[in-house]
Design a protein around this ligand. Structure first.
Ligand SMILES: Nc1ncnc2c1ncn2[C@@H]1O[C@H](COP(=O)(O)OP(=O)(O)OP(=O)(O)O)[C@@H](O)[C@H]1O
Ligand SMILES: [Mg+2]
Length: 362
């Protein structure tokens, strides 16, 4: 087990800066998630930690010791890739044994059998142990791949989107299994994904990455409720946060052709005191807009122009003249397309971002 420290790590491929001056500290036994869109530099970061790529600049330390000059084998990490990297014609047992048979290790036959059986049991693949992996389902194969990483009890588990090739139901199942595995093993996990639900449900902490740069590191709660940048606010949460350009006028925000007039809260007024521009980016999550059928004070009358049922809740797309936004409503309200409803914005839950830098003001 180990803590991992990444200091000013930079990696370029020609003109592309894949990892840009990245610094993060992953605690011993932490489940740390790197979340970002395609091309953000996630795989490159993991490959640098594994020693499969060499950085241009910066350091990687395990337990305070620099590992920059160590070969991948000596770094003692286990890598689970996005695509199954199993030997298809080997049995599950042979695949699991493989890492224990490397020339660098000297385990006895009994030790190997014991370890393989333990791991197979933990991952519920013991009944498949003598099957050829070529005949397994996607979920079973990914379990074998996880098993191969586990047999050695490495210092750090590196996982590169291990669930992205599974169907939705299996992905959900494996999410909780990997979380459980982390709990049982008590190892450090460095997990990469572009899927915000995975990041938010599995991570102790999440780092949001874009264009090789870390935008924010925090607990899922911090990332969701206190996004430091517009990009983070947009990337996390489904349905996505509503974002609007807003003009600041006295103690209000004006949106669209001034159809939406929102009254700033005390803390928002205070935060805007030192802000010199006259526009902000206003953000509010769909669950922070309350929709009712009846007219209400301080609510906006809007038209429902699109609805989408998600089972537990409905997503309503609302229009107040030129302004559109998404809100959530309980399906029991039976709100229909074309209806007029009242929408109240919970200004205490709203986010204000600098309209030029995209950084959070409050
Ligand atoms: N070997 C390479 N040669 C040239 N460019 C590369 C190489 N590896 C990665 N890149 C570039 O570096 C950037 C980051 O790539 P990386 O694979 O780390 O992204 P990612 O976040 O893992 O994306 P994805 O979600 O699609 O897997 C991309 O622009 C990519 O094209
Ligand atoms: Mg990748």
């Amino acid at each position: 087990m180990a803590d991992v420290k990444i200091v000013s790590l930079t990696k370029t491929f020609g003109d592309v800066v894949a990892v840009d001056d990245m610094s993060i500290e992953i605690k011993d036994r932490e489940f740390f998630v790197l979340l970002g869109p395609t091309g953000a530099g996630k795989t490159t970061t993991l490959r640098l930690v594994a020693g499969l790529e060499k950085q241009d600049k910066g350091d990687i330390l395990f337990d305070g010791r620099p590992i920059n000059d160590l070969t991948p084998a000596v770094r003692d990490v286990a890598f689970v890739f996005q695509y199954y990297t199993l030997y298809p014609h080997y049995t599950v047992r042979q695949n699991l044994e493989f890492p224990l048979k490397s020339r660098m290790r000297s385990f006895t036959r009994q030790e190997i059998d014991k370890k393989v059986e333990e791991v197979a049991k933990t991952l519920h693949i013991d009944h498949l142990i003598d099957r050829a992996t070529v005949n397994l389902s996607g979920g079973e194969m990914q379990r074998v791949a996880l098993g191969r990483a586990m047999v050695r009890t490495p210092k750090v588990f590196l996982m590169d989107e291990p669930l992205s090739n599974l169907d939705a139901k299996l992905r959900e199942e494996m999410r909780s299994e990997i979380s459980r595995l982390h709990f049982d093993l008590g190892s450090t996990f460095f997990y990469v994904t572009h899927d915000q639900v995975e990041a938010m449900t599995m991570g102790d902490r999440v780092a949001v990455l874009n264009d090789g740069r870390i935008l924010q590191v925090g607990t899922p709660d911090e990332i969701y409720n206190r996004p430091k940048e517009v990009f983070v606010a947009k990337f996390v949460g489904s349905p996505a946060i509503n974002l609007h350009d807003a003009r600041i006028k006295a103690d209000t925000l004006l949106i669209g052709k001034d159809e939406l007039v929102l009254t700033l809260t005390g803390p928002q007024k205070k935060a805007l005191k030192g802000y010199k521009k006259d526009t902000v980016t206003f953000g509010i999550r769909p669950e922070d807009i309350e929709v009712r059928r009846e007219k209400r004070e301080k609510a906006f009358r809007c038209k429902v122009y699109f609805t989408q049922s998600m089972g537990a809740e409905d997503i309503l797309n609302l229009k107040v003249d030129s302004v559109t936004c998404r809100a959530l409503a309980a399906p029991r309200l039976l709100i229909k397309l074309g209806e007029s409803v009242s929408a109240s914005f919970d200004m205490n839950r709203a986010h204000l971002f600098d309209s030029e830098t995209s950084e959070c003001i409050l």
